[in-house]
Design a protein around this ligand. Structure first.
Ligand code: TPP
Ligand code: MG
Length: 327
């Protein structure tokens, strides 16, 4: 076999692919099941954006914390939240990550450092600052990451958090997932600066922009700024330019897209295809090995859906549990 030109060994590359494929199939299945009317509430899919979530979160341990967005399934899976429990949560069933009472936009698993998806744009950034402040006191080299969309990057909470993080030199990284749209509004219509690096500089933070569909570019850039934060170097901003495969929410007709845009995205900007081409092209992993992961993932997702459908609904008595934390 040829030498491995990648910064990850083969088991780590296979694991990264498995995580990205799990997110993709999880989301594609939700797309189908939602259109059948099987899923309650709102669902925002992360398909197309996998390389960013997995490339960044792959650099973290359980002691590191993340604050997610309304488009949070990918962050959850990347952070190690159980897809079986997530599926139950999205179906609103007992046994879900939050007892089936939160749904898609509120999945959290504190044991994995996943502080929660969040339906309020920009609300994760102050939470990540709090987690980073705690990490700074603990002195174990832990970091916190706040994910935010290009649209949410205009929220006051986000901008105030950049300032607070810089002033307090917090070990926090702000990831702007720039998929070009906030609902149906083009990024260029809603954000005045071309580069988030400039915006970060305005608050005294270093910023980096990467191709968010290139797993290796994301992984490398994230690795550097996370390591810097772990060793006391302070906060940073990472912009990932990416694409979303589906509408803003499930049911969105996407009439605001240019003609042919979605075909181009799927054909030329698919992070999973890019990853597969890179690792098979280098002779490090075979197409057969990737296909075996694809099959195993499809089986897992099928099992998750079967179990979610079979699980009972929360009861009226469940309404009053999990409201307050006991210490
Ligand atoms: C404070 C607040 N304002 C408005 C909304 C409604 N809303 C939900 S998602 C969204 C667009 C988000 O766009 P972006 O941040 O780019 O994330 P993306 O959906 O592209 O991942 C808006 C306006 C909200 N949830 N919270
Ligand atoms: Mg967006």
């Amino acid at each position: 076999m040829a030498g491995n030109p990648f910064p990850l060994d083969k088991p780590a590359l296979l694991e990264a692919y498995r995580k990205m494929r799990t997110i993709r199939e999880f989301e594609e299945r939700l797309h189908v099941d939602f259109s059948r009317g099987d899923i309650p509430g709102f669902v925002h899919l992360y398909a197309g954006e996998e390389a960013a979530g997995v490339g960044i979160i792959g650099q973290l341990g359980d002691g590191d914390r993340i604050a997610s967005t309304h488009r949070g399934h990918g962050h959850c899976i990347a952070k190690g939240v159980d897809p079986m429990a997530m599926m139950k949560e999205i179906y609103g069933k007992k046994g879900g990550s939050c007892g089936g009472k939160g749904g898609s936009m509120h999945i959290a698993d504190l044991s994995k450092g996943m502080m929660g998806a969040n339906g309020i744009l920009g609300a994760g950034a102050p939470l990540a600052c709090g987690a980073a402040l705690a990490a700074k006191y603990r002195k174990k080299g832990e970091v916190a990451i706040s994910f935010v969309g290009d649209g949410a990057s205009n929220q006051g909470t986000f901008l105030e958090s950049l300032n607070l993080a810089a002033v307090w030199n917090l070990p926090v990284i702000f990831v702007v997932e720039n998929n070009g749209y906030a609902e149906s509004t083009s990024r260029d219509y809603g954000v005045a600066v071309d580069s988030y690096v400039d915006r970060a500089a305005g608050f005294g933070l270093p910023g980096v922009t990467v191709d968010g569909t290139d797993f290796f570019a994301v992984h490398e850039a994230a690795g550097e700024i996370i390591q810097r934060a772990r060793s006391g170097g302070g906060p940073a901003l990472l912009e990932c330019k990416m694409v979303r495969f589906h509408g803003h929410f499930e049911g969105d007709a996407q009439t605001y897209r240019a003609s042919g845009e979605l075909d181009d995205i799927r054909a030329n900007h698919d992070c999973l295809k890019k990853f597969a081409a890179a690792v098979t092209g280098a002779g490090v992993i075979t197409a057969v090995e990737l296909a075996a992961i694809d099959h195993a993932v499809l089986d897992l997702i099928e099992m998750a859906v079967v179990q979610a459908k079979a699980a009972p609904l929360p009861t009226v008595a469940d309404l009053t549990t999990d409201v307050y934390v006991s210490y």
